[in-house]
Design a protein around this ligand. Structure first.
Ligand code: ADP
Ligand code: MG
Length: 340
């Protein structure tokens, strides 16, 4: 039989191929593969369910990631997928693969971070699985949450004229990773050199200790706004905007000068000869929320200190555009994080 490389399909191509082989047969399965979480009818509310896995190597490097931070991040990225459905997280289970490089104390440290995240996001750890692994550390977390049926936000649902919103700032986690990688190189060539991270504290924090934006989910509820569509920014906002476009059957137009970029991220990108806007669009791991709202809801959110209005939705799904500072129109491309 012919052998095909996964890299030819890519992550999304592979997920598409898997999903085509399955259909949902249960009436309780409201939505299966294809959004930030699966949606299950449990009576008067929807149950949300999602899995995210972190693997040593592609996702983290323990030479500069403290285990405590890693535990926190592993939970936060899962909570982020529940937030992206406009839901509240409730329980997690954790599957751990551990090589003999890890001591009991190391596992304690990992769980200290997990515990801090459980406390912060009000989540209970209710089970999991533990196994030895031939190499490295793997953390797979399954999370469930809930959302009122009339408050759920899917990737589909954006309508022409909707306003595109994003929380927080973009590209800082990516710049944090660049800083850590650079310091690692310096350290490897000269172990006497202590890393100089103070100047980059915000960026490094964004990379090592991301927060799921549950605060925004609560603010939306308080302000009586239901996003018409929503996704969390894990792979870079360009890629997530295209997910909204495909799933909603609409086009998006965003303005370069509206993209929220932290000054430290901007300056560090310039210092490293990177384009700050490209980093903001494609950096990834921001774990902010990207959503669309009906223009009639703008008044309710316009004074929110951490929600930015970056563009609008139109009806042509083939035209996904970035308008530059000089008014040039550039096609949006997903150049974000790829696994294969
Ligand atoms: P996110 O970045 O929000 O975690 P992903 O891009 O990882 O989402 O996944 C997109 C969709 O594909 C989700 O619905 C997820 O549950 C599903 N998915 C990912 N990997 C698999 C797999 N191996 N088998 C079945 N479904 C998968
Ligand atoms: Mg997601």
């Amino acid at each position: 039989m012919e052998r095909s490389e996964i890299s030819k399909l890519g992550e999304f191509g592979l997920i598409d191929r898997i999903s085509k082989r399955f259909e949902n047969n249960l009436p309780s399965t409201i939505l299966g593969i294809g959004d930030d979480a699966a949606v299950i009818d449990i009576g008067n509310e929807y149950l949300l369910m999602s899995t995210d896995m972190l693997i040593e190597g592609p996702h983290f490097n323990l030479s500069y990631v403290p285990l405590k931070h890693l535990g926190y991040k592993a939970v936060a990225v899962n909570v982020s997928d529940i937030a992206a459905m406009n839901g509240r997280p409730e329980q997690i289970t954790i599957a751990l693969g551990l090589s003999n490089r890890f001591s009991v104390e190391a596992v304690d440290e990992l769980y200290e971070g997990i515990k801090a995240a459980c406390k912060n996001f009000n989540v209970d750890l209710v089970g999991g699985d533990t196994t030895s692994s031939p190499a490295g550390l793997t953390i797979a977390i399954n999370i469930i949450g809930r959302v009122a049926k009339d408050r759920i936000a899917y990737r589909k649902g954006a309508k022409p004229n909707d306003i595109i919103c994003v929380t927080g700032d973009l590209g800082a986690a990516y710049m944090g990773l660049q800083v850590l990688e650079r310091e690692k190189e310096v350290f490897l060539t000269n172990p006497e050199m202590q890393p100089d991270l103070e100047k980059y504290e915000y960026l490094v924090g964004r990379q090592l200790k991301p927060e799921a934006r549950m605060d925004v989910v609560f603010d939306l509820e308080e302000n009586k706004v239901i996003p018409t569509s929503m996704i969390d920014v894990s792979d870079g906002i360009a890629s997530e905007l295209l997910h909204i476009s495909v799933n909603s059957g609409v086009g998006v137009k965003v303005f370069e000068d509206k993209l929220p970029i932290d000054s430290q991220a901007y300056e560090t990108a310039v210092e490293m000869n990177l384009d700050p806007v490209t980093c903001a669009l494609n950096g990834g791991e921001d774990y902010e929320l990207l959503f669309t709202i009906n223009p009639s809801d703008f008044e309710k959110l316009k004074n929110h200190p951490d929600i930015h209005f970056i563009g609008h939705v139109h009806n042509d799904p083939s035209q996904n555009q970035l308008i530059t500072k000089h008014g040039n129109v550039v096609g949006l491309k997903a150049q974000g994080w790829t696994h294969f």
